[in-house]
Write a protein that binds this ligand. Structure first.
Ligand SMILES: [Zn+2]
Length: 341
């Protein structure tokens, strides 16, 4: 389990402080909407969940392959238009893989190279005498040596792989969503040359430092999906299917993002507006024993609202069925320890 304290500036392999990279990532350059779409797409990679008990986890292969691809783009060795299936890509994949592999994960870069095609913006091809045809099977080591297999990346991701600052936004998104507990170690592996500030670019707003719309949208979509838009406290579910994404239920972080940089679903919970408000003020907290705890500062006779919150005490915390996405013990303890006394 990782800590939840602020991290000191990190090295990026080229001596650029991570904090600076973070600020560059959040500099607003029009149009930002598009990069939000890219970030949201990366939050929803089709990854399988495998293993049992505490070893249950999402396969790391797809996000890792994308980090490896970004390294090669940064070095000018491939372009989003033509990501070669070669030994260098395989070797960058292995470097990240060794850091984040879970139980039963095999170092098989060929699998994400083919199956990222589920994402629509990634198409793998095989070159033959007649030209390029879509790749139909996982590529081999022989094909890597022959340099005849490549992938083409298109919108909404491709445009945001060009500049170091944009790539860093995407890298940060991948790490926050899939590898928050290995953030420091993974970030140190990023290969980036120089990150130049755009002359005259506006300073990022202080409030905006951690509030990335694409990140928030991606986190929200995942949490609402795994809780099926149901409040984990009262069970309320209001979803208006005729209006896309309109629901009364919020996606709340257990450990705030600015402390843990953690957008993994196990750091989130779905709550209605009322219970979200109460949890943010440390009046209620989901506990590791699976029940709600309430603050001793609440007084039932003072108001019907406080009475209702008090009635939540020892009620069951509604959890998603997928064990890999249930709230982590670390996050639940963080909440319980801070319950207003
Ligand atoms: Zn509720």
């Amino acid at each position: 389990m990782g800590d939840v304290t602020f991290h000191p500036p990190l090295s990026t392999g080229f001596g650029l402080p991570y904090v600076l990279l973070h600020q560059l990532c959040h500099m607003r350059r029009a149009p930002r909407n598009d990069i939000n779409e890219a970030v949201e797409a990366l939050y929803h990679l089709h990854v399988s969940v495998v293993g049992s008990a505490s070893g249950r986890h999402e396969r790391p292969h797809k996000p890792i392959l994308l980090l490896a691809v970004m390294d090669l783009i940064a070095q000018g060795k491939v372009t989003p238009d033509h990501v070669s299936w070669g030994q260098e890509l395989r070797s960058r994949f292995s470097v990240y893989f060794e850091l984040v592999r879970g139980s039963n994960d095999q170092c098989t870069p060929e699998n994400p190279f083919l199956y990222l095609r589920q994402e629509k913006w990634w198409t793998p091809f095989q070159q033959d005498t007649k030209g390029a045809a879509p790749l139909e099977a996982t590529p081999t080591v022989g094909q890597a040596n022959a340099n005849i297999v490549f992938a083409k990346i298109v919108a909404p991701v491709a445009n945001w792989l060009i500049t170091p600052a944009d790539r860093l936004c995407l890298r940060e998104a991948l790490v926050a969503r899939y590898f928050p507990h290995a953030r420091e170690a993974v970030s140190r592996l990023f290969l980036e040359g120089s990150v130049q500030e755009t002359p005259g670019a506006p300073e990022p707003d202080a409030d905006d430092t951690y509030a990335h719309p694409g990140r928030s949208a991606g986190f929200r979509r995942k949490i609402l999906e795994i809780y099926d838009c149901q409040c984990a406290a009262c069970g309320l579910r209001i979803k208006l299917p005729q209006i896309k994404d309109l629901t009364f239920v919020d996606a709340a972080h257990l450990i705030p993002f600015e402390l843990g940089h953690n957008d993994h679903p196990s750091n989130g919970i779905a709550l209605c507006k009322n219970h979200h408000w109460a949890m943010d003020r440390f009046l209620i907290a989901p506990s590791p024993d699976g029940h709600w705890q309430v603050s001793a500062t609440l007084v039932a006779r003072r108001s019907p609202g406080e009475k209702e919150l008090l009635e939540l005490k020892n009620e069951r915390v509604l959890k998603p069925s997928e064990p890999a996405f249930q709230p982590s013990e670390e996050a639940l303890l963080w909440r319980c320890k801070r319950l207003a006394a």
